[in-house]
Design a protein around this ligand. Structure first.
Ligand code: GLU
Length: 284
């Protein structure tokens, strides 16, 4: 595998990075380094309502401070919109996307009258615009007709280095949004396309994103993209069992940086913790 491994750390600049992010970046960085491969930094900055330039600056400075240098300049999703548009158009011409004009309250109202399955992201979209595609001039999103897409793809699997071979079950999410009303592309579409374009061989990210891989695997199939191997690493938890990134007891990395903490030392402590957890990057 030496030399062929490419990983990435892909934070969204909608807040300050925490220790949980440092751990995730460390996992992706060390995995690549262990195999003599490359490590990329991708800033997922397409959510115009939540992304902020000061968070982007903080991410770049935090990574520098931690000593987790990417092999190339950071990539920005906001520069890849044409790539997302091309994929959206391809899926639309294959008849797999439909326009949805529903607001949150439209959906809540429809759900009062229609029982739907609940998936990892909550109740499925009730299908209002699948049967009556939206034709107005108000902003609309593009949704994937999940049943149609899954029928086309047949059964799909993916490999996780920690959890083993998995059957992909994208139906569990219902008709996901692939193009948002308020932002170009959804996380699913943008991340899947960028991973392929950057030649990411191993997607190393937190276990909280495990279930989404089913949707990404489906998109890879529909868009004829290569299938990476995944490693969903364990999440750092605080003493209450809460995800560290959301925990009040975990100061932002930038606060630690300003307070004069030593970044590489922090990373080394996390590495020791990783060994204690029994995670061996070289065995993965
Ligand atoms: N941008 C996502 C986040 O900050 C991570 C995406 C990924 O690693 O696939 O949670």
């Amino acid at each position: 595998m030496r030399g062929t491994v490419v990983t990435r750390f892909a934070p969204s600049p909608n807040g300050q990075l925490h220790l949980g992010h440092a751990f995730s970046a460390l996992c992706a960085h060390d995995f690549a380094r262990t195999f003599g491969g490359a490590f990329h930094l991708r800033i997922e900055d397409i959510d115009g309502t939540r992304s902020r330039p000061e968070y982007i600056e903080a991410i770049v400075s935090d990574m520098d401070w931690l000593g987790l240098a990417p092999n190339e300049e950071a990539q920005f999703q906001s520069q890849n919109i044409a790539r997302y548009e091309a994929a959206r158009d391809l899926l639309t011409s294959a008849g797999l996307l439909y326009r949805c004009g529903c607001t949150r309250s439209d959906i809540a109202e429809a759900l009062k009258h229609k029982p739907v399955p609940h998936g990892p992201d909550g109740p499925h979209y009730p299908g209002t615009c699948r049967t009556h595609p939206f034709e107005g001039s108000a902003p609309f999103s593009w949704r994937l007709d999940m049943a149609k897409a899954c029928a086309l793809a047949g059964s799909l699997t993916w490999t996780d280095l920690a959890a083993g071979q998995q059957y992909a079950d994208p139906m569990a999410f219902g008709d996901v949004v692939l193009w948002r009303k308020d932002a170009p592309a959804s996380y699913h579409l943008a991340a899947t396309l960028d991973d392929a374009a950057s030649g990411i061989t191993h997607v190393v990210r937190g276990k909280d994103l495990f279930a989404y891989t089913a949707v990404h695997r489906l998109l890879q199939h529909l868009l004829d993209l290569p299938e990476p191997v995944y490693w969903h690493h364990p999440l750092l938890l605080d003493s209450n069992g809460e995800k560290l990134a959301k925990s009040k007891s975990s100061p932002a990395l930038s606060v630690r940086r300003w307070a004069g903490e030593n970044g590489p030392e922090l990373i080394d402590n996390l590495r020791q913790g990783t060994l204690m957890l029994g995670i061996s990057l070289s065995d993965a």
